[in-house]
Design a protein around this ligand. Structure first.
Ligand SMILES: *[C@@H]1O[C@H](CO)[C@@H](O)[C@H](O)[C@H]1NC(C)=O
Length: 142
């Protein structure tokens, strides 16, 4: 899966570099030969495509992500998240991209304005009082 994404990024990088260098403003802002900058710019262009999923590479859509049941059980409290839907993957921005040739690794930092909705059921105790609560939730992460 990861390999496929990188393959896709690589292919996209080549294509985008060939086709759009003069059209896309933030690629123009890369200095000639600044491969880090080009890679980050190309990845940025690829993100919405990846978020929508790529059937040919069996990459499922990341937008929206759906989680049916998540349970966080900490002993003294229990949080149950139901039907969680996460959107915003296609709006991710490449904040940082660094390649380390010696170790053959790549580090990518994404800023994603994610939004999650669903229903939560909380039960636990706070200062020896049992609390339980159930409601819809909306979480913004910037
Ligand atoms: C999720 O939780 C609900 C309620 O407890 C349950 O009915 C359902 O089977 C669960 N689904 C999965 C996939 O575990």
């Amino acid at each position: 899966m990861i390999k496929k994404i990188f393959l896709f990024l690589f292919v996209t990088s080549c294509l985008v570099h060939e086709l759009h260098t003069s059209e896309v403003s933030f690629i123009k802002s890369c200095k000639a030969g600044d491969h880090e900058c080009l890679l980050a710019a190309n990845t940025q262009i690829a993100i919405p495509y990846i978020a929508d999923g790529i059937a040919e590479l069996e990459i499922p859509a990341l937008e929206p992500m759906h989680f049916e049941n998540i349970t966080i059980d900490q002993g003294f409290f229990k949080l149950f998240l139901q039907n969680m839907k996460v959107t915003g993957a296609r709006k991710c921005k490449v904040a940082e991209m660094k390649r380390n040739f010696r170790e053959s690794t790549m580090k990518m930092t994404l800023d994603c304005p994610l939004e999650a909705t669903g229903r939560y059921i909380f039960s636990g105790s706070l200062w020896y009082h049992a609390i339980s609560n159930e409601a819809d939730f909306l979480i913004h992460a910037a």
